[in-house]
Design a protein around this ligand. Structure first.
Ligand code: PSU
Ligand code: MN
Length: 304
C-alpha cells in the first residue's frame, strides 16, 4: 500500500470484502459551508451513506497523512478550523504531505486519494468548472482535468452558475469526460434542477449508470465521469433569487480583486449571506440526495 495513505479500518474491510464504499470530500466542510452546519452536514451525509448500505470514506490530509475515512472528531475539527485549514487541490498535495500539515481536499484531490485507496464512487455537492470570464482570467478548476485522468465517478448536483456552465461542458467534452444527467435532460445548476443547457446523456436508472462506468473502465478508457443528479423539486431555489445573488457576488469578487483558489470559497460564502442562508439549506439537501444516489451506484458496481 501507498506509504502516505491511511485507510480507516471500516473502509479497508469493506474494500477487501468487495462491499460498496462512497468517498466524500472535505473542502466542502472547511470552505463550502459555515461552522457548525458544515460538520453536522458532513456527519449526516455519512449517516445517509450508511443507511443506504454503503461505507462512507470522508477524505482529507491530516498531519501530512492522506486519510480515506475520518473519525467523527476529525470531521468536527475540520469544520471548526474552516478557512484556517488549507484548501488542497492536485498541485498542493505534495507540499502539504512533505510539511506534515492538514489539508481539506477539493473534488480533484479527493478523487486522487480515493483512487489510491481503491474507491471508485464519490459524492459531493458541486464540481468546480470554467469560471465566468475565464477567457481573460484563465480560471478553470483543476477538478475538470482530474475528471479526465482519474478513475472515479463524481456524483454531484451539476455546477453552480457562479461558473460558465456551457463552457464547463465544452471543456469536459474536449477532455473526453462522460456527463450523465440522472432523470433529467438539462445539466442541473446546483440550486436549481435546470440550467437551460442540454447536457450529455440522460440515464433513468442506477443500473444504466453502473453499466456505463463498468464499460468505460473495462475498455481501458481511463478517467472519471460526472453523474449529475438534479436537486429535488422541493429543495430548489427560485432562479431569479439565486441568480441575482450570484451576479452580485461575482461583481463583488471582481471589485475586491479576489483571485485563484479564493474565488470559489468567496462566492459560496457571499451567495449564502445574500440569500439569507436559504442557499445553505438547498445545498445541504442536495448533498444528501447525491450521497443516496452514490451509495446505490457503489452497491451496483460492487454487486457485479
Ligand atoms: N462548489 C460547491 N461547493 C464547494 C466547492 C465547489 O458548490 O465546496 C469546492 C469543491 O471542493 C471543489 C472546489 O472541488 O470548491 C473547487 O474549487 P476551485 O474552483 O478553486 O477549483
Ligand atoms: Mn480556480
Amino acid at each position: 500500500m501507498n506509504q502516505f495513505l491511511d485507510i480507516a479500518p471500516e473502509v479497508l474491510s469493506a474494500l477487501h470484502a468487495g462491499r460498496p464504499v462512497v468517498a466524500l470530500e472535505s473542502t466542502i466542510i472547511s470552505h463550502g459551508m459555515p461552522y457548525p452546519r458544515n460538520a453536522e452536514t458532513a456527519l449526516a451525509v455519512e449517516k445517509v451513506v450508511r443507511e443506504a448500505g454503503a461505507v462512507p470514506a470522508t477524505i482529507a490530509i491530516l498531519g501530512g497523512r492522506l486519510k480515506a475515512g475520518l473519525t467523527e472528531g476529525e470531521i468536527r475539527r475540520l469544520g471548526e478550523a474552516g478557512h484556517r485549514v488549507a484548501k488542497v487541490s492536485r498541485r498542493d498535495i505534495a507540499g502539504i504531505v512533505a510539511s506534515g500539515a492538514d489539508g481539506a481536499t477539493t473534488v480533484a484531490a479527493t478523487m486522487i486519494i480515493a483512487a489510491m485507496a481503491g474507491i471508485r464512487v464519490f459524492a459531493t455537492g458541486g464540481i468546480g468548472g470554467v469560471h465566468r470570464g475565464a477567457e481573460s482570467s484563465m480560471d478553470i478548476s483543476a477538478d475538470l482535468d482530474e475528471l479526465a485522468r482519474t478513475d472515479v465517478a463524481v456524483i454531484c448536483a451539476g455546477a453552480k452558475s457562479i461558473l460558465d456552465i456551457p463552457r464547463t461542458l465544452e471543456y469536459l467534452e474536449t477532455k473526453g469526460v462522460p456527463v450523465v444527467v440522472y432523470r433529467g435532460d438539462e445539466f442541473p445548476a446546483f440550486y436549481t434542477s435546470r440550467s437551460g443547457v442540454p447536457a450529455g446523456t440522460r440515464m433513468d436508472s442506477v443500473g444504466e449508470i453502473a453499466a456505463m462506468l463498468k464499460a468505460k473502465w473495462s475498455l481501458g478508457l481511463g478517467g472519471g465521469a460526472v453523474i449529475a443528479n438534479p436537486i429535488p423539486a422541493e429543495n430548489e431555489m427560485e432562479p431569479a433569487v439565486i441568480n441575482g445573488a450570484i451576479d452580485k457576488a461575482i461583481a463583488e469578487a471582481s471589485k475586491e480583486g479576489v483571485r485563484g483558489k479564493d474565488v470559489t470559497p468567496f462566492l459560496l460564502a457571499r451567495v449564502k449571506d445574500l440569500t439569507g442562508g436559504d442557499s445553505l439549506e438547498s445545498n445541504i439537501a442536495l448533498v444528501m440526495n447525491n450521497a443516496r444516489l452514490a451509495a446505490a451506484i457503489a452497491e451496483r458496481l460492487a454487486a457485479d
